[in-house]
Design a protein around this ligand. Structure first.
Ligand code: PFF
Length: 457
């Protein structure tokens, strides 16, 4: 029965917040500003928003439909949607494997944010010089023990929440953390916009310069849209297995995507005005933007009012930790749910097993910033390799395959019934959606790949 089944999100709000929790994460607050900074600003944002609408939302709805129709777990969901054919069950293993891959490198950065939140809490940033911020971050991230310790803590917290179950762990966690996250963001945007030269940051964010757009900028914008919405890996498929039958999948897909885009833009509104408030700092600092440039900015601009510098830094890093946690929970759930349902492990046991594997793989990723810097595969260290595999390969290809599956393989009546809740709700966007998943999305993803591989000369 609805709501009383422990393996279903008890409320609609809980389901939206859990999906939004998966979507809103380091991808919005850390990866988005980094990508915007290194891909030229506003033009990148426009392309990214376009990809969100044309590819991201339809693929999200596709994942929702597969997951909810299947009900029990993601491998069963693919099989059931594919008319019972066992072959499709294998496609459901992509999310299970991807869960391991993504959590392993995501937890490294999540661990850094937890360490920075701790440093902010104990007042560790006060009085530091700009050089000290750089040296300390380099020393910390390349150390072989410290980042692994903080990563292990994040994985343990994630494991604890997943072990508690769908309603008591995932849903409750999202209901507590997401509203707090929104409040923190609004407070920080308010402060950041009052900084000197904030208008330069706004210009960088909102005044496009299309001369900077190259094919790699387009691929990055697509990768960012997929990563930020958590689509293509089957993560939202996993969550949708726990959706109630009365949820409007299209409407909720749009709500989740809107929340995610707003948070990304707000993060830009926090970060770029802050960067431009100190002459000489540049927005293209890359991944270290959030760990070197920003804490330095907080100290310098609020230097005269130490308690404000303290509070701003603390809120910012707590925000990052919560954003990271709500996403890492969804990653762990992807693999743990499979172990729990198919290998007859209890939920806590499944969560612990997946966590331990991720801890080992994550240690490799963490070491690739230090001792294992020279250990490379295809010219990439473990961290970069995992990120490349997930964001630039599996996500777009997975998204494309899911569109082809739902657009061409699955019986249209089944799909239409799922999206209209068996004809009980109107879905005016359904024809557009179906056109996108049958033609536009697969073609678009294919062309971008072909271009990147140099097939067009
Ligand atoms: N969307 C998350 C973020 O923006 O940080 C990352 C993510 C979560 C990607 C879950 C993929 C996924 F399956």
């Amino acid at each position: 029965m609805m709501g009383t089944n422990k393996n279903i999100f008890a409320s609609k709000v809980g389901a939206i917040l859990a999906a939004a929790g998966s979507a809103v994460g380091l991808g919005n607050v850390w990866r988005f500003p980094t990508e915007v900074g290194s891909n030229g600003g506003a033009a990148f944002i426009l392309i990214y928003v376009l990809f969100m609408l044309v590819l991201g939302v339809p693929i999200m709805v596709t994942e929702f439909a597969i997951g909810r129709y299947g009900g029990s777990d993601v491998t069963d969901a693919f099989q059931k949607m594919g008319g019972g054919c066992r072959g499709w069950k294998w496609m459901g293993l992509v999310p299970v494997v991807s869960g391991f891959l993504i959590l392993s490198y995501y937890a490294v950065v999540a661990g850094w944010t937890l360490y920075y939140a701790y440093e902010a809490l104990i007042g560790g940033f006060s009085g530091k010089t700009p050089e000290a911020f750089t040296n300390d971050f380099v020393a910390f991230s390349s150390d072989s023990l410290q980042p692994v310790f903080w990563m292990a803590l994040i994985i343990a917290m994630t494991c604890g929440i997943v072990a508690l179950g769908v309603q008591k762990g995932i849903e409750r966690g999202a209901k507590i953390m997401m509203p707090l996250l929104f409040i923190f963001i609004l407070v920080l945007v308010g402060c950041s916009l009052t900084l000197p030269n904030a208008s330069l940051g706004l210009k960088f964010l909102f005044q496009p310069d299309f001369s900077k757009v190259t094919s790699s900028v387009i691929l990055s914008a697509m990768g960012q849209a997929f990563f930020s919405l958590s689509v293509g890996l089957g993560c939202l498929c996993t969550y949708a297995c726990y959706f109630r039958k009365d949820i409007d999948l299209m409407k909720d897909g749009l709500s989740v995507a809107s929340i995610d885009t707003l948070v990304a833009l707000f993060s830009g509104l926090i970060i770029f005005p802050a960067v431009y408030s100190i002459p000489g700092l540049q927005p293209d600092a890359g991944p270290s933007l959030v760990f070197i440039t920003l804490p330095n900015v907080f100290q310098q601009v609020f230097g005269d009012i130490p308690w404000l510098a303290y509070l701003f830094s603390l809120i910012f890093y707590l925000l990052l930790v919560m954003a990271a946690l709500t996403s890492s929970i969804s990653m762990l759930e992807m693999s743990a749910a499979y172990f729990n349902k198919n290998l007859r492990m209890s939920r806590p046991m499944a969560a612990v097993v997946v966590s331990l594997v991720c801890l080992v793989l994550g240690t490799f990723c963490s070491l690739s910033f230090g001792d294992w810097k020279d250990v490379t595969l295809f010219d990439m260290g473990f961290f970069d390799l995992f990120d490349f595999l997930v964001a630039k390969l599996i996500m777009p290809i997975g998204g494309m395959l899911m569109c082809i599956f739902l657009g061409w393989v699955v019986d249209e009546k089944v799909l239409c019934a799922e999206l209209t809740n068996n004809g009980t709700i109107r879905s005016p966007l359904y024809p557009t959606y179906r056109f996108i998943i049958r033609y536009l999305a697969p073609l678009c993803i294919f062309l971008i790949f072909a271009n990147e591989l140099g097939l067009f000369g």
